[in-house]
Design a protein around this ligand. Structure first.
Ligand code: CTP
Length: 133
């Protein structure tokens, strides 16, 4: 039987337990996990701020995880379908903060939204750390 490739996307800045749990659960949906890490410029457009860690650092962190087989730089949200096809993915996994937003790629792969880990986010961590100084 052929290998089932899972693809997921995210910024993964200030890497935290919500990120690792999402990647572990995404990996369980297939045999191989490919991760699109948002480019610094995309993050500015998407979240209105530059990431703390650069795209090269974030890709290095994500690619070092044993559940991750391959990483690439995601430069635009609109290219999702192209990335899915290029990487031969049969399933797109996203956190449910994106619920419904990527149903438009369901012509090329299955689309699964997983619940987020409660009470942790990069934004919350940055805000918390900024109160400590
Ligand atoms: N994620 C998760 N649980 C969390 C935080 C993130 O499952 N508590 C998932 C997201 O749903 C996404 C992936 O991890 O699939 C990458 O999320 P990202 O946007 O990089 O992290 P956030 O912590 O949500 O960042 P921010 O606060 O900047 O929005």
């Amino acid at each position: 039987m052929s290998e089932r490739t899972v693809i997921t996307f995210g910024t993964f800045d200030v890497f935290h337990v919500g990120h690792v749990r999402m990647l572990k659960r995404a990996a369980e949906h297939g045999d191989r996990l490919v991760v699109g890490v948002s480019a610094d410029a995309l993050n500015v457009r998407k979240k209105g701020r530059a990431p703390v860690f650069t795209e090269d650092e974030r890709m290095e962190i994500v690619s070092s995880l044993k559940v991750v087989d391959e990483v690439f730089l995601e430069e635009s949200l609109e290219q999702k379908r192209d990335y899915i096809v290029q990487h031969g993915a049969q399933v797109l996994v996203m956190g449910d903060d994106w619920a419904g937003k990527f149903d438009w790629v369901s012509d090329v792969c299955d689309v699964v939204y997983l619940p987020r880990t409660p009470s942790v986010s990069t934004t919350g961590l940055i805000e918390h750390i900024s109160t400590l100084a």
